[in-house]
Design a protein around this ligand. Structure first.
Ligand SMILES: NC(=O)c1ccc[n+]([C@@H]2O[C@H](COP(=O)([O-])OP(=O)(O)OC[C@H]3O[C@@H](n4cnc5c(N)ncnc54)[C@H](O)[C@@H]3O)[C@@H](O)[C@H]2O)c1
Length: 448
């Protein structure tokens, strides 16, 4: 539904000077910084006291290029501060996690959003604007309106027919890619879905304070679906590359050469395979479509299954290599869910490394440029042995390349090792699962 922004209604005169951004993670913190940079008074809210303390000291809790300087400037300017409890404000932005249930159902877990809206319910007043940025199942913006209605019957909520209420609500998905967030948050096109024309108008006016990309206005449900459609699209394309990689392995074909040749077709652009699909978005959000319409979301479900199968396949390939070299030590290169970031959520590389480590305790080492961050965040990482690249290569005879971090790709292809190139680190030399055998008699490892 296209919303027409033509009418100027009385609430528009409520100027937005102060806002609360709820959730200070990969999305919320850069968003809070950008609004502060635009001149607003911004209060960042997070349930994690450590994050709040760090932000107030001007220290970034995540690794993201350009964010450290931005946060230092904004915290120093006095326009951005962090707290653990939602405060009264003119506008509230919600950027909390939206995982799925890990009980096998993959049902969306909107409890973080519900908790955020309950915190807003304590302070919300007529004229406020609430914008949901968390990637959400279709209908979630309407759901939070109902949650707020049940807690605050004194306030009039907007109707499902577009009629205005005392509070305005909009949904606007974030499209940034970790590693380029501070640039993309400004220049990407943005979709803004209002539950009413006035809601959309107010959210649009706010975003325009820092967004240079085009802002496209629609209704809340369409905006929710746009984000899910985008991430499912990426999932479909990655699944195709991943399935090609296992097919090529079966047929004894170098998948990297295959993709390079196929992409010479003017209308073909196949992506690169990897150990699976991870992260907080692409491996999660398509399930929201499946959960919303399980009887008809057949392609989306199959694609999720294809990508979820890949780590098992990789594990089995490494197992085979270790069976051939029963005394070798094994190095896993890369643990994050994609290259050159410190995000390990839902990472297939991490799952593979943990499983291999459990199978061959004492014989597996891991290398990741952000290994220290992982150890700080993830208890399970305590079981892993972290080494730097050089030491890992010296110790291990079998090397499995799981994540193509730049620092790995810049190195020479290791010689005299068994290499399993899962993510194209040495793509010029090896096939996706081709095992490069070292010369006969080569010394595969040094004593630990
Ligand atoms: N990370 C990305 O690149 C990206 C991109 C697009 C969309 N998204 C979506 O944005 C949303 C947030 O993702 P993220 O990566 O920023 O998550 P995150 O885990 O990095 O940050 C979320 C923060 O919210 C806090 N939090 C949780 N519940 C809270 C509550 N009730 N009140 C206050 N704080 C609370 C957590 O402590 C955490 O610091 C998700 O829905 C995600 O799918 C993320």
């Amino acid at each position: 539904m296209k919303l027409r922004i033509a009418t100027v209604s009385p609430l528009v005169s409520f100027e937005i000077k102060k806002m609360c951004v709820i959730g200070l993670g990969y999305v919320g913190l850069p968003t809070a910084c950008m609004f502060a940079k635009a001149g607003l008074e911004v209060v960042g809210v997070d349930v994690d006291e450590l994050i709040v303390d760090k932000v107030n000291r001007g220290e970034v809790p995540i690794v993201e290029p350009g964010l450290a300087e931005l946060l230092r400037d904004m915290a120093g300017s006095g326009r951005l501060r962090a707290v653990t409890k939602t405060e009264p404000a003119d506008a509230f932005f919600i950027a909390v996690p939206t995982p799925f249930q890990h009980d096998g159902t993959h049902a969306p877990d909107v409890s973080y959003i519900e908790s955020a809206i309950r915190s807003i319910a304590k302070v919300v007043v007529t004229g406020n604007l609430v914008v949901l940025e968390s990637t959400s199942p279709v209908g979630t913006t309407r759901h939070i309106i109902e949650v707020l209605r049940s807690i605050r019957p004194d306030l009039r909520m907007p109707g499902s027919d577009g009629t205005e209420g005392d509070i305005d609500f909009a949904y606007s998905p974030e499209r940034v890619i970790p590693g380029s967030t501070t640039e993309e948050i400004v220049r990407n096109d943005r979709v803004i879905g209002g539950v009413s024309a006035r809601s959309a108008e107010r959210a649009l006016a706010l975003y325009k304070q820092f967004v240079t990309g085009k802002c496209h206005v629609t209704d809340d449900k369409t905006a929710e679906m746009v984000k899910l459609a985008e991430n499912a699209y990426r999932d479909v394309n990655i699944a195709y590359a991943n399935e090609l990689s296992v097919l090529c392995d079966r047929f004894g074909i170098d998948v990297w050469e295959l993709i390079e040749l196929a992409n010479r077709h003017p209308r073909v652009s196949i992506l690169s395979p990897g150990p699976g699909v991870g992260g907080h978005c692409i491996s999660v959000d398509p399930w929201f479509l499946v959960a919303g319409a399980p009887d008809i979301a057949r392609l989306v479900r199959t694609v999720r299954e294809v990508n979820d199968f890949k780590p098992h396949y990789v594990y089995r390939k490494v197992e085979e290599a270790m069976e051939v070299h029963p005394h070798a030590h094994l190095a896993c290169l890369g643990l994050s869910y994609k290259p050159d970031i410190d995000d390990f959520r839902e990472s297939p590389a991490l799952e593979i490394a943990l499983r291999l480590n459990a199978k061959w305790p004492g014989r597996v080492v891991v290398v990741d440029p952000n290994g220290a961050v992982l150890q700080e965040r993830e208890e399970r990482a305590g079981a892993l042995t972290f080494l730097d690249y050089g030491a890992a290569l010296q110790r291990c005879g079998v090397i499995v390349g799981l994540v193509p971090h730049r620092s790995f790709r810049e190195r020479e292809t290791p010689e005299g090792k068994v290499l399993l190139d899962i993510a194209g680190i040495w793509a010029k030399e090896a096939g996706a699962h081709a095992i490069i055998e070292p010369p006969v008699g080569a010394k595969l490892w040094t004593a630990a």
